[in-house]
Design a protein around this ligand. Sequence first.
Ligand code: AMP
Ligand code: ZN
Length: 492
Amino acid sequence: MRTFKDNQIKLYNSLHGKKEDFIPLHEGFIGMYVCGPTVYNNVHLGNCRTFLSFDVINRYFRHLGYKVRYVRNITDAGHLTDDNSEDKISTRARLERIEPMEVVQKYTLNFHRVLEQLNLLPPDIEPTATGHIVEQIELIKELLTKGLAYVANGSVYFDVTKYNDEGGNYGELSGRRIEDMIANTRDLDGQGEKKNPQDFALWKKASPEHIMRWPSPWSDGFPGWHLECTAMSTKYLGKQFDIHGGGMDLKFPHHECEIAQAKGSYGEEPVKYWLHANMLTLNGQKMSKSTGNTILPEELISGNNSFFEKPIHPIVVRFFFLQAHYRSILDLSNEAVMAAEKGFFRLASAIEKLPLITPGSTSSFNIQEWIDNCYEALNDDFNTPILISHLFDAAKLINNLDLKNETLSAQDLELFQKAVHSYFYDILGLELLSDSFNDTSKLDSAMKVLIDLRNKARLEKDWPLSDEIRDRLSESGIILKDGKEGTTYDIE
Ligand code: AMP
Ligand code: ZN
């Protein structure tokens, strides 16, 4: 098996706007932090796409033998509504007439269930914002001591101008200039308290009706959203770590603020490589809860929606996402998903045959070159669409091998089988998690055995046995139908 020692990964570092050789801070180890969901409602397919992009990256690193610590948080406090007036979780709790922590529990469970259906590996650590209030308060104290934050009416703000005056570079990730930010700011909340409009909240004093509040040296209140990721990433990955990821829409202000907070506190660039996944669109518009332009994974999977002509298996959704590069925009449409479904089946049915192929003399297909090309695709900023196109070439070869139009030497065949398995199952994560998906072949063969046994019993006039087979199947919801062509079955 090839390892990280034989593979130079190049990845697109948003911090420098170019592809760079990936060299982790400590050879063989990778620390990766990805911003998790704000658990105030059901996760939508756009969110899923971003988490899936990082799942494949995580899987590939592990495949190469890296020891990865993958941290993905749960935002369960501090993320304000778009007009900055209230915490998203509190708002939802009020609407649903339940406790904020019930909101958190409900949507965290939904998030986990959906990601499991889409076959994402769980992170190694999944910290919550509310579980790290102490660390966030400590970070604020540090920034106050350094003179990079100030208190106003019980709230604490990060002083962006001071940070830049002292050598900081607010805007380095997003490429925005402070002057433009000031001109374009629409941030109304706390405006009167802030020294400058681009300053952002580290701690907010809670209004009397705000339910989610914690004591602090400045007020009973709650931490700013950007702070949690700095507190949790440094706690679990150190003041400097290898990779920070998230959706493109988090680049500004969220990630820009994270850099400023960490650099302000610790004086060093916190993250070596910033990775940003592009958006999933629906009807050409960003999928987003706030505009109502969404479709939920459960709606797609159950078929309970007006966009898709039939239910879509979660693994097809996964395949559909992986057919696009993570840095490209992807539009979700009925036609595109139906085409992905066809493609997935073509690929999966060929790959299922692979373990049954027997070796022969050699063929013209250069297995080693094919394997190298697959790694090259993955090493080139995790190019899953190219990898999938190589897998389609492999499917053609498998079908040829199956028809005995071509053969592979025992050694090549073993190499090929292992490699296909690694790419398709381990790295792309495309194993079918449930047999119920269009593939009834195993049930068909089991039923054929039972029907044959029943026919045998009937031939031998063993009526009690033949009745028992029929009745017990019927109890399990499988109805036998005797017709001219023989016996068939229906599932109730
Ligand atoms: P949120 O729960 O809104 O904080 O989002 C969780 C993650 O999903 C973040 O990394 C977002 O950048 C990402 N995200 C949100 N909308 C989309 C979308 N339409 N396509 C892809 N990723 C998205
Ligand atoms: Zn974050």
